[in-house]
Design a protein around this ligand. Structure first.
Ligand code: SF4
Length: 382
């Protein structure tokens, strides 16, 4: 069997089934919906009965290319939804007339070393439900028994990230920092060539190396008040444009209002209890992180790879902080699994599906698209 014929699927891939109008989070809100050229041409050829569709499509310059998008603000709902939340394109012309983005969501397809990899996006609540029901570690499985023969550096880096994230008996926040530290070392040794980079990845396969990085992190002075102030600022700024989005406002508006009014020093007193209780969700969050690493962290450009991973860390931090706010708001100081699942969906949409805008936000705020490891430790390990 050649690489070309081999298909790898993320665990649970075949279980996915869209719940359509029963879904609390329609997939048509909270991000830019791109229209592929073939679909645009098809609609354009049938102008007669597709005029209403074309009127809602805008063309934008993306680099040297002209690209088409549904004409709406990122945070607005899709104009093709009727007042029952049903898609008029499907109603009038059938599912086969949808643009590729709408037809395939939440399925993701990548080609890695000639092999097709199929995974799922955590921006869909049904996907998070499937991941939450998986026991143990999340894997990408092949239908063939042929041994892996991919010799790409990006594949090795992704495997390195996956291995660290799946380490046993370590807190997820620490594993994320160790992974980021490995990426920073790769960046440092980039000019030394492939051999040096493979050596670095190999060193991080050793548990002793992972523990050495964690020991270094443990020596950093914690600043709970300062970290909460910083995360609170990021949280309010990032969700500002999404708290009115249909499907997101129900779960974001209460925590957003609370975060804006909160006395942060008082809030910080809850942190240690919260952090200890929140560990119960580490396994679910780890599986979601692994799923995102497998679908997003694969690029021959190391900087792109680092940015993709940085966004995964940011998503994790925002889910954790949203749960911290929820915890601080609740009288009984309890944490609810459904809330965690909802925030995973929400922040996958806000961060993962609006990559360009978030990267721009990071660049404006920090002067670079790649965050410094010291800053990431400050807002993660406290
Ligand atoms: S978010 Fe998922 S379950 Fe909901 S409508 Fe979209 S694909 Fe279906």
């Amino acid at each position: 069997m050649s690489n070309k014929d081999e298909i790898l699927k993320i665990q649970g891939y075949d279980e996915f089934k869209c719940t359509a109008e029963k879904c609390r989070f329609t997939c048509c809100a909270g991000w830019d919906i791109g229209i592929d050229d073939d679909t645009y041409e098809r609609w354009n050829c049938e102008k007669g009965n597709k005029e209403y569709i074309l009127k809602n499509i805008e063309s934008r310059k993306c680099g040297k290319k002209q690209a088409y998008f549904v004409n709406k603000e990122t945070n607005e709902a899709c104009p093709f939804l009727d007042n029952m939340g049903l898609c008029q394109i499907i109603k009038n012309h059938g599912e086969e007339d949808l643009a590729l983005t709408c037809r395939s969501f939440p399925r993701i397809e990548n080609t890695v070393g000639g092999k097709k990899e199929l995974s799922l996006s955590c921006s869909c609540p049904e996907v998070v439900e499937i991941i939450s029901n998986i026991q143990g570690k999340l894997t990408m499985n092949s239908d063939s028994s042929v041994e892996n023969n991919i010799d790409l550096l990006e594949y090795e880096i992704r495997s390195g990230l996956e291995n660290i994230t799946k380490e046993e008996d370590l807190a997820l926040d620490k594993k994320l920092i160790v992974s980021y530290q490995m990426l920073m070392e790769l960046l440092k040794y980039k000019s030394f060539g492939r051999g040096a980079l493979i050596n670095t990845i190999e060193r991080y396969k050793d548990r002793a190396k992972v523990e050495e990085v964690i020991a270094d992190c443990d020596e950093l002075e914690e600043d709970i008040d300062g970290a909460i102030e910083e995360i609170n600022y990021l949280f309010i700024d990032i969700i500002e444009n999404y708290k009115e989005v249909e499907g997101l406002k129900e779960i974001l508006s209460d925590i957003s209002d609370f975060a804006e009014e909160a006395e942060l020093e008082e809030l910080a007193e809850n942190w240690n209890q919260f952090k200890s209780d929140f560990k119960n969700f580490d396994e679910l969050l780890e599986r979601c992180v692994v799923s995102k690493i497998l679908s997003n962290c694969i690029s021959s450009d190391l900087n792109e790879m680092i940015i993709a991973f940085e966004l995964i860390v940011l998503e994790y931090l925002l889910v954790r902080y949203a749960m911290f706010i929820k915890f601080s708001m609740s009288e009984n100081k309890d944490l609810n699994l459904q809330d965690v699942k909802d925030y995973i969906v929400a922040f996958s949409r806000i961060i993962g599906n609006n990559t360009e805008a978030v990267v721009e936000f990071i660049k404006d705020g920090f002067g670079d698209t790649i965050l410094e490891i010291g800053y990431l430790c400050f807002i993660t390990l406290f």
